[in-house]
Design a protein around this ligand. Structure first.
Ligand SMILES: [Zn+2]
Length: 150
């Protein structure tokens, strides 16, 4: 189970839905969110923050450490903003902020093929996923680099 919570960035321009894998970490783990505009004034601290394509997420590492007991031991050992982000303990829902909304919309056009030609649908879906991941990788999103092509 992954709970989703919405957070507004520091300047108020964006509201982003975040995922909390297995609800191990509480929403309070996210102490601040900065969009590419408001992140410009942030003094980046790698001990508590992760930077992703102009966005910055700041974590309350004290809360994260306190609540991390039920994580697999390999994540516990290297509990860092990067682990929290890449392993989806408190991260974008999808690869980038707003990904779940865009991907649903993009997928709709492919889903219409499914009724007519299920085999073509599978191929189209795979192609779409691969092209999409490649594009996001080129754009420089961290989690696009973690995902392997299907
Ligand atoms: Zn902002």
């Amino acid at each position: 189970m992954c709970m989703d919570h919405s957070f507004r960035c520091s300047c108020g321009q964006y509201e982003v839905s975040m995922t909390f894998k297995n609800e191990i970490l509480p929403p309070e783990t996210l102490s601040a969110l900065y969009c590419p505009r408001c992140s410009a004034n942030v003094d980046f601290n790698p001990d508590t923050m992760i930077r992703d394509n102009g966005w910055i997420i700041e974590y309350d590492m004290e809360i994260a450490r306190l609540m991390s007991n039920s994580m697999p031991v390999e994540h516990l050992r290297r509990l860092s903003p990067e682990t929290i982000f890449v392993e989806d303990y408190c991260s974008w829902r999808g690869i980038y902020p707003g990904d779940h909304i865009d991907s649903l919309r993009e997928r709709e056009s492919i889903v219409s093929i499914a009724k007519v030609n299920p085999k073509k649908y599978i191929t189209e879906l795979k192609d779409w996923a691969n092209r999409r991941t490649e594009r996001l990788r080129q754009e420089g999103w961290l989690k696009a680099h973690e995902r392997v092509a299907v």
